[in-house]
Write a protein that binds this ligand. Structure first.
Ligand code: HEC
Length: 200
């Protein structure tokens, strides 16, 4: 009986100690935790990638980074477009890719909800009439392939939209390496295909 009491007292003692320890750890814990966000930053958080991009703007990006998003005065628009056009790299197989389905997926598909994280065209454009959640920052691309536009011009527009409209809000998808030339060619094929839902 006596030993049982001792054992209980002993256990209670451990319990007390154990009860104290986490409290002591808790006090020390915030210091240790502060180290963690730094580790995340080393992996390049979205914020840091954004800051790096801001610090490494090319000269035209700098020119366009003004509250109006317009070409500022004193900038020669023709030189601007020529320099942007010179950045466009064409795929060896030509501007009309072979994989129309991949083009559709890059344009917006993710199972027809349209939220491709690559091209993400529906963020700003409408197109496939089945996809209702579409943006109107850019013009509708419904029936785009029936307008007699040269596929090469479509390719250039997607690769580097500023070769056409300087300081446009449309991202320069090829220029920034978001899409490869081959991927852009597949998007062009999708946009110009008479059987594409865009053109029905
Ligand atoms: C952040 C918004 C935005 C995104 C994303 C975007 N665009 Fe645009 N796009 C625009 C705006 C604004 C215009 C009109 C001004 C211009 O021509 O740059 C435009 C114009 C165009 C034009 C010319 C339309 C015409 O009638 O002449 C084409 C083609 C085009 N976009 C294709 C695409 C494709 C394909 C994608 C996806 C790979 C895409 N855009 C993604 C904003 C966007």
């Amino acid at each position: 009986m006596k030993s049982a009491v001792v054992a209980v007292a002993f256990l209670a003692g451990i319990g007390l100690l154990a009860g104290c320890q986490p409290a002591a750890q808790k006090a020390a814990a915030p210091k240790e935790k502060k180290v963690e966000p730094k580790k995340v930053e080393k992996k390049k958080s979205a914020t840091e990638r954004f800051r790096t991009a801001l610090a490494n703007q090319d000269k035209w990006q700098k020119a366009c980074s003004n509250p109006n998003q317009l070409v500022p005065e004193g900038i020669d628009v023709e030189t601007f477009r020529k320099e942007m056009l010179a950045t466009v790299k064409f795929p060896p197989g030509g501007v009309l890719g072979k994989d129309v389905k991949r083009g559709e997926k890059l344009f917006g598909d993710p199972k027809k909800g349209g939220r491709s994280r690559r091209g993400n065209c529906y963020a700003c454009h409408c197109g496939d009439p089945q996809i209702l959640a579409c943006g109107n920052i850019g013009p509708s691309l419904r029936g785009y392939g029936k307008r007699g536009i040269d596929p090469k011009d479509t390719y250039i527009k997607i690769y580097n939209s500023w070769a056409v409209v300087p300081c446009s809000v449309m991202p320069r998808l090829g220029y920034h390496g978001v899409l490869t030339p081959e991927e852009i060619a597949d998007i062009v094929a999708y946009m110009h295909d008479p059987n594409s839902p865009l053109n029905k």
